[in-house]
Design a protein around this ligand. Structure first.
Ligand code: NAP
Length: 267
């Protein structure tokens, strides 16, 4: 299926590895020019180079090694040479997740950091780009959140809390006639367990706490998933690319779970 987005410009946060990279990759394969953001320049530049080879130089790929959760980082994104300024057609918000832990140990600073990264940063990115999308009559915003929004996990309290705030904001804003009525969609994509560095580091925390090996913890988690496997960044990215397609213009304000059937509810 041709997704009809060739030649468009996408901004993808947290794009040097994991789910963000999967999204950048799937969009680039559809002919979308992508500005890829992550803090670590070395890993990011390698990811961009790999993708350049994979796509045979058919799309423009720009690396911005900045912290997307800061105002200075976002200014650098809007001003990057060769980029579209704030005139993005597609924005995939993602900045890594807050650390797991015990709520008794989280002080105000830990909460502010989590809310900044997983609620306020996506809102700032939407604020900067959505009205321009509406003026041009096309826009797709996908926020990478978490299945924990629907089924919270105890050690991920910072994530559960901050992302719930974003979810509420998106539920209202995506339905504004100025956006939905101008072909601008905003959806949240909710990953369950995906085989990325983030998952491995969470499993390490659980294993240490439980006095088990990482393999034991990983195997036990895998068995709880009806699909009996962890997801891949590639399949996550392809779902994201579909939500960014012309065909998905009637899907907005949704929380799309991608979790191998792990969430047990009917709705
Ligand atoms: P990952 O493999 O750790 O990758 C995170 C990416 O984000 C990296 O490219 C990282 O690069 C970048 N990043 C982190 N903080 C950033 C910042 N402040 N500014 C710019 N880039 C930043 O994580 P992932 O598994 O892909 O997870 C992506 C999101 O999905 C996270 O929010 C995570 O909590 C959520 N999630 C993941 C799973 C899962 O199973 N994997 C499940 C539920 C939810 P730098 O460190 O170099 O900046």
């Amino acid at each position: 299926m041709d997704l009809g987005i060739k030649g468009k410009w996408a901004l993808v946060g947290g794009a040097s590895k994991g789910l963000g990279f999967g999204c950048a990759q799937a969009l680039a394969q559809e002919g979308v020019n992508v500005v890829m953001v992550a803090r670590g320049a070395e890993v990011l530049n390698k990811a961009v180079e790999d993708l350049r080879v994979e796509t045979g130089g058919k799309v423009q790929l720009i690396a911005v090694a900045e912290d997307i959760t800061t105002e200075a980082g976002r200014e650098a994104i809007w001003n990057v040479a060769g980029g579209p300024g704030k005139d993005y057609d597609i924005v995939v918000t993602n900045a890594g997740g807050p650390p797991p832990g015990d709520f008794r140990d989280w002080d105000r600073d830990a909460w502010i950091k989590a809310v900044d990264a997983n609620m306020l940063t996506p809102i700032e990115l939407i604020k900067a780009t959505a009205d321009g999308m509406a003026e041009r009559g096309f826009g797709r915003i996908v926020n990478i959140t978490s299945s924990a929004v629907k089924a919270p996990i105890d050690i991920l309290g910072l994530s559960n809390g901050a992302r719930s705030g974003l979810t509420g904001f998106v539920a209202g804003t995506s339905r504004s006639i100025q956006l939905a009525g101008r072909n601008v969609t905003i959806n949240n994509l909710l990953p369950g367990a995906f085989d990325t560095d983030r998952l491995r580091s969470n499993q390490k925390t659980i294993a240490t706490k439980a006095g088990k090996s990482v393999e034991e913890v990983s195997e036990a988690r895998r068995k709880t998933i009806p699909a009996q496997r962890f997801g891949t960044a590639q399949e996550f990215g392809e779902t994201c690319a579909f939500l960014c397609s012309q065909q998905a213009s009637y899907i907005t304000g949704q929380n799309v779970l991608i979790d191998g059937g792990a969430y047990p509810g009917a709705f």
